[in-house]
Design a protein around this ligand. Structure first.
Ligand code: MN
Length: 304
């Protein structure tokens, strides 16, 4: 890249090294790369990222995963790197997220679902590696009907250039000059780019980003040097300041796997607790009350 005089680097706002991993249910042993209890406005529209590093499961006939639970007000994006995840939800969707696939689930007005290691995968055993991202919804979309996008590996375009492989899950991936190289298949409610990148050892690149957008580099594996000076090891999330339009990264000796999250900030209040993320405390109370009363999900009979 030949930076013009107008090109300003986005500086690092915060480096968040993941704490020790914890279990979600009995199937997902995850590192919490970031969570909106800290810096919610700076992270917007992103809320949370959990990463389950490769882990081998012995064959089992006992279900492993998370049983019935609700979500309202946001989207969950599940990326299966290795292994298979099975889900069922109150909209009648069920399916398997296979290796390389992504599930983009819009909880919006309310969904109740289950997430398991697939029964076939659980029976034969094997290595599971996955990530789950939570993307917030603009206020006017929090009451929208739930939606479900099963994005298969084959639907996700891959850009390969000079030791860098990018799977474009959402939004558009530009080259260093800002020209779009590929569009991702996910439909989103606000402008969001999700790039799943693998960088070969010691390769360096300039990411072309938007001034004013939130940028998070979730380093899942390996190590990175940012702007030629800050060295970070996985698992770590690097949150950048909004100002600026370029981030320069260089992979360490083992290379790096990075999930790049880039989006327009929502600039709306965030009130969240457990599986619900709304704008106000009153809406959170309403969500808990609806769930207790059994009025949480829309009636199947009224679905269009
Ligand atoms: Mn869930």
């Amino acid at each position: 890249m030949k930076p013009s005089s107008a090109t300003v680097a986005k500086s690092i706002r915060r480096v968040h090294r993941a704490p020790a991993p914890h279990w979600v249910g009995n199937g997902f042993h995850v590192n919490s790369l970031f969570f909106y209890d800290q810096d919610a406005q700076a992270l917007s529209p992103f809320l949370l990222l959990d990463y389950a590093a490769p882990r081998t499961f012995a064959p089992s006939s006992q279900p492993r995963g998370v049983g019935v639970h609700p979500h309202r007000g946001f989207e969950t994006v599940t990326v299966a790197y290795q292994g298979e995840i099975e889900h069922r939800d109150s909209e009648g969707n069920r399916g398997v997220i296979g290796t390389g696939d992504v599930q983009w689930m819009t909880a919006a007005s309310g969904i109740v679902h289950e997430e398991w290691l697939s029964s076939a995968f659980n029976a034969r055993g094997g290595t599971l590696e996955m990530a789950q991202l939570w993307v917030n919804l603009p206020a006017q979309a929090k009451r929208a009907p739930p939606r479900y996008q099963a994005l298969t590996q084959a639907q996700i375009p891959v850009v390969r250039n000079d030791g860098v492989t990018v799977r474009v899950i959402a939004g558009a991936y530009p080259d260093a000059a800002g020209e779009t190289l590929a569009h991702g298949p996910a439909q989103t409610f606000s402008p969001v780019d999700v790039w799943d990148m693998r960088i070969e050892p010691e390769r360096r690149l300039d990411l072309a980003l938007r001034d004013g957008y939130t940028t998070i580099l979730a380093l899942l594996k390996g190590s990175l040097r940012v702007h030629g000076e800050t060295h970070v090891n996985a698992p770590t999330a690097i949150l950048f300041e909004r100002e600026g339009s370029v981030v320069t990264i260089e992979a360490g000796a083992e290379g790096a796997s990075v999930l790049v999250l880039h989006g327009e900030p929502l600039n709306e209040p965030v009130a969240g607790h457990g599986p619900f993320v709304m704008n106000t405390r009153e809406e959170l109370v309403e969500a808990f009350t609806d769930y207790q009363r059994g009025t949480f999900v829309r009636s199947r009979a009224t679905q269009g």
